[in-house]
Design a binder for this molecule. Structure first.
Ligand SMILES: *Cc1c(COP(=O)(O)O)cnc(C)c1O
Length: 392
């Protein structure tokens, strides 16, 4: 996912073309109308910028939406992941299994707590964690004298991971399952929403995510009441009876009241937006299936289409990105470098020396503009440009 501000800023269209945004936050803002402004103004008037009533209300609505008992809001998706590792006491000598094809934050939090990320290959069809590679990674971790503790399946590009396969492996090896649904919040696996699967789920409200706020934000979802109590302490400097009694090492990781107010308005239209994204994805699929490998969604899953990602033969991908850019059509490559090949992460173990699927995808994937407000005319323009660029 984009790491700075909005995708529109990351992918500026040439000045001569009518700019097509990669993700159209302005269209969403226009649809929400004065509601968001009023919600933000109400917080400004109340001056309850931290821990205001909107935060509690949003947590309740978010948990209900996901089908989880509890939601603990926080400052970002990355902090949500870190808070869980801290709350579970993960540390030196512990192995945490992460897919090699993901945004860096999934693995970044592991060395924060002194534990070791162990990289797992992904499946060629869904791009999500490969259960067979997870088994290999667990064996590698044990050989290295590490204690397998947590697996972090990622719901990449909006599609839930294969929880039918991953949950039994985790149970067999005594691993906690921390679902990273930063891209997949709102998606389902066997008709259960992400956030209600595994031991706990971390999500992000970065503006470009399917459910985004107007800055940074995140949340943890779980059914575990004891865990919630620890998370709330971690979120507030390891507080005991109050912030001035410190019973553990924590952090300052609250969600701003203003962001909660924004999210309450956005959550109200989220289901409708998911349906609109699904429609866009289906049209892309129909129009492009004969010239590219279009996304595969497992029949047990539904995706929220955080990204609409095509695969082309290596070499074709970069030429296509260039051709589309010349026509004012932004594209993005998530991800160009697999995690186990990143300079900062190459030192950590992986299921094998080479993770061929993740490495291959890095050369083949390209994401097209995708959002709930992509009208058919714009979509047709994008489709025609893709076909022209590959000579079909
Ligand atoms: C965006 C993202 C995160 C981090 O979320 P932030 O809110 O940006 O910290 C974590 N994991 C994945 C898979 C992501 O896409």
């Amino acid at each position: 996912m984009p790491m700075t501000s909005t995708a529109a800023q990351l992918h500026p269209a040439p000045a001569f073309a009518q700019p097509i945004p990669f993700i159209d936050l302005a269209a969403q803002k226009a649809r929400l109308g004065p509601k968001v402004d009023q919600a933000v103004q109400a917080v400004l008037d109340s001056c309850r910028f931290v821990n205001g009533p909107e935060v509690t209300k949003f947590e309740a609505e978010l948990a209900a939406f996901a089908g989880a008992k509890y939601a603990v809001s926080c400052s970002s998706g990355t902090d949500a992941l870190a808070m869980l590792l801290m709350a579970w006491g993960i540390g030196a000598g512990d192995a945490v299994f992460c897919p090699a094809f993901t945004f860096c934050a999934t693995a970044e939090v592991v060395p924060w707590v002194g534990a070791t990320p162990v990289f797992v290959d992904v499946k060629a069809d869904t791009f999500n964690m490969d259960p067979a590679s997870l088994e290999q990674a667990i064996a590698v971790a044990k050989e290295k004298g590490l204690t397998p503790k947590v697996v972090i399946p990622v719901d990449l590009f909006g599609q839930p991971a294969d929880y039918d396969a991953i949950l039994p492996i985790a149970a067999r090896h005594g691993l906690k399952v921390l679902c990273d649904t930063a891209q997949g919040f709102g998606g389902t696996w066997n008709n259960k929403r992400t956030g209600s699967i595994g031991d706990a789920t971390a999500t992000s409200f970065f503006p470009a995510k399917p459910l985004g706020c107007y800055g940074d934000g995140g949340a943890i979802l779980t059914d575990d009441a004891d865990l919630v109590a620890v998370l709330k302490s971690v979120r507030e400097h390891g507080q005991g009876v109050d912030k001035y009694e410190n019973v553990r090492i924590g952090m300052t990781a609250r969600l701003d009241t203003i962001q909660a107010a924004v999210l309450l308005e956005k959550l109200a239209i989220f289901e409708d937006e998911i349906a609109a994204r699904e429609k866009v994805a289906r049209r892309y699929n129909e129009a492009l299936a004969d010239i590219a490998t279009v996304p595969f969604v497992d029949p047990r899953a539904s995706s929220v289409w955080a990204q609409y990602t095509l695969r082309f033969a290596p070499g074709v991908r970069d030429a296509l990105a260039k051709a589309l850019q010349a026509e004012g059509i932004p594209t993005a490559v998530y991800y160009r470098i697999a995690m186990h090949r990143q300079p900062a992460y190459a030192q950590y173990p992986a299921a094998a020396d080479s993770l061929p699927v993740a490495e291959g995808l890095c050369a083949e994937v390209i994401s097209l503009p995708m959002h709930a407000y992509l009208d058919e005319a714009t979509q047709d323009k994008i489709i025609a440009a893709v076909r022209r660029a590959v000579g079909k």
